[in-house]
Design a protein around this ligand. Structure first.
Ligand SMILES: [Zn+2]
Length: 278
């Protein structure tokens, strides 16, 4: 092979490898019920194919105008509704949304109008580049599912009301054993650089509670960030949660001393009871 041909081959290989590793996952947050529920819906788009999914579009009044605008302009091709759990402020918009967009609904078994409930650890794709893994995390509700999105090295997890930045959801349909498994086995096993996108903006309240339980640099950093920023979704990772989220620090000796238990599930149970009373 001539030198020139080798150079061309190298550069085309480089082009090709760039194109397959280039980040194309685009995440857009849509705040809903700001000032009361402080929920988030998320539109995730594979920029290359324009295929998009909408996660927990619970308030159609706030979400539909945006979806119509983006589809009418050809910016996105909406392919699915995804629900993290059946609660009305997450799945309650499905019926209205499907009047305008004929979409399958991926979610837990109790979600309104659900068409498919993915198995634990099963996968599906969004466009050519994004791989989604469904992770069953029963506790807040029995049908809670977190969704791990990967686009090359870009990683995000949509956690509904299971994991919040600096906190976790209430145990409405489950117990401490289940939340311990959800947070400290299932979600903790994701790569540390996975960005966390929860169902609500609850960070300020979570930091207030965390400070009563533990004093560390990560909690102080989170407090500073929440003081200066109204929105915290996507700004912290699973690795950060392991440092600043007291529900992911059930093995921390300082927390164990405070709650008077050293068994992780008991620590989880006591922390949640304290938070519920706070
Ligand atoms: Zn909920």
């Amino acid at each position: 092979m001539s030198l020139l041909a080798t150079a061309i081959k190298r550069s085309s290989f480089r082009l090709f490898s760039n194109s397959i590793t280039k980040r194309t996952m685009h995440i857009f947050s849509i705040p809903m019920w700001e000032g009361t529920g402080n929920n988030y819906a998320y539109l995730v788009t594979d920029d290359k194919s324009k295929e998009a999914v909408i996660i927990d579009p619970a308030n159609p009044l706030e979400v539909l105008p945006y979806l119509k605008d983006k589809t009418d302009s050809g910016d996105i091709k909406l392919s699915k509704i995804i629900n993290t759990h059946h609660h009305h402020d997450h799945a309650g918009g499905n019926a209205e949304i499907i009047k305008y967009f004929k979409l399958p609904i991926i979610g837990g078994k109790d979600c309104d109008k659900v068409t498919t409930t993915p198995e634990h650890k099963s996968t599906f794709n969004v466009g050519d580049n994004i791989k989604v893994t469904a992770l069953h995390t029963p506790c807040h509700t029995q049908d809670s599912i977190c969704y791990f999105f990967e686009d090359g090295s870009d990683k995000a997890v949509f956690t509904g009301d299971t994991l919040f930045i600096g906190g976790c959801g209430r145990f409405f349909e489950g117990n401490a054993t289940e939340m311990h498994k959800a947070l400290n086995e299932t979600l903790a096993s994701l790569p540390d650089d996975t960005k966390v996108y929860p169902g609500h903006e609850y960070t300020k309240g979570n930091v207030r509670f965390a400070k009563k339980v533990l004093d560390n640099d990560a909690i102080r950093r989170l407090e500073e960030y929440a003081k200066d920023n109204k929105e915290t979704q996507g700004k912290f990772t699973i690795g950060d949660e392991k440092q600043h989220n007291v529900f992911m620090r059930v093995n921390d000796p300082n927390i164990q001393a405070l709650v008077g238990h050293d068994e992780p599930v008991q620590v989880m149970k006591t922390l949640r009871e304290m938070k519920d009373r706070s």
